[in-house]
Design a protein around this ligand. Structure first.
Ligand SMILES: C[S@@+](CC[C@H](N)C(=O)[O-])C[C@H]1O[C@@H](n2cnc3c(N)ncnc32)[C@H](O)[C@@H]1O
Length: 255
């Protein structure tokens, strides 16, 4: 298997995605607002996932084209101003073009073909349009308390993801990748949180582990004993989590 390792059909996938929305939507909205997304803007949302960003873009008056490999969660958002397309951003052409904003969050880091996909996203912009991409850098990720079990378990999951083509620290390279493509007014930022189990973002980590531990054990990157100890502890909310850093980069196609 290469590319995205999570399954939209997994029984708790919508709740997992809701966790990441709770962590990152406020910052994404703030960035999009800074890029002057508003009424009449035409936006391509790539890897739309659970659809919270699509929903917000429609609320502020943008016309949204939402694409994902699996559109089960965004299909209900279809409307006069939201069109939904099931496609593979690696293999398929993107719909339309000349967008005011192209946005992708937590997608490119998963794709071995991320550089070619980035080229496609740039090509979909109108001259002067903004590209906004957000991806993790897992360098700072950890648990408190944290020890050998936690370090081995986290590394076991990340190693499994790397086996499918995930780049652990991709987020930190975004701004340079934008500049190398000739985008202008490029800027970047990183954000992270320290959360406990009461935070609505906590399920993202517990459910990500629950979904990936079995295939990681099968692949030999995580021991069954570690999975059987760490999984229940995470689910029981025994940790404070230092999230990965979500890096964002923005840049404009030259006018
Ligand atoms: C981690 S989720 C992020 C969802 C959303 N962007 C967010 O941040 O809330 C990644 C999304 O990308 C989609 N995806 C993965 N590989 C894809 C591909 N090759 N083409 C299109 N979408 C893809 C997945 O189906 C999933 O919905």
């Amino acid at each position: 298997m290469t590319g995205y390792v999570y399954d939209q059909g997994w029984h708790d996938e919508r709740a997992r995605l809701a966790g990441l929305e709770a962590l990152w939507d406020a910052g994404t909205r703030s960035l999009a607002t800074r890029l002057q997304v508003g009424p009449g803007a035409s936006v391509l949302e790539v890897g739309a996932g659970g659809g919270s960003v699509v929903e917000w873009l429609a609320q502020v008056g943008a016309t949204v084209t939402a694409v994902d490999l699996d559109t089960r969660f965004v299909e209900p958002l279809s409307s006069a101003t939201v069109s939904v397309h099931a496609l593979d951003v690696v293999a398929d052409a993107l719909p339309g073009g000349a967008y005011d904003l192209v946005h992708a969050r937590l997608l490119l880091e998963h794709l071995p073909a991320r550089e070619a996909v980035l080229d496609k996203l740039v090509a979909a912009l109108r001259p002067g349009g903004w590209l906004l991409v957000e991806d993790y850098d897992w360098t700072g990720f950890g648990t408190d308390p944290g020890g050998e079990l936690e370090t081995r378990s986290i590394e076991g999951i990340l190693e499994f993801m790397r086996g499918a083509g995930h780049e652990t620290n991709y987020g930190r390279r975004l701004a340079s990748s934008f500049a190398a493509r000739g985008l202008v007014e490029v800027f970047g930022e990183g954000r992270s949180h320290v959360i406990d189990a009461a935070h609505p973002g906590y399920p993202f980590f517990a459910l990500s582990f629950a979904q990936l531990a079995p295939p990681a054990v099968d692949a030999g990157t995580l021991s069954a004993d570690d999975a059987a100890t760490m999984g229940p502890a995470l689910t029981a909310g025994e940790y404070r989590i230092i999230t990965p850093t979500l890096f964002a980069a923005a840049g404009r196609r030259p006018a």
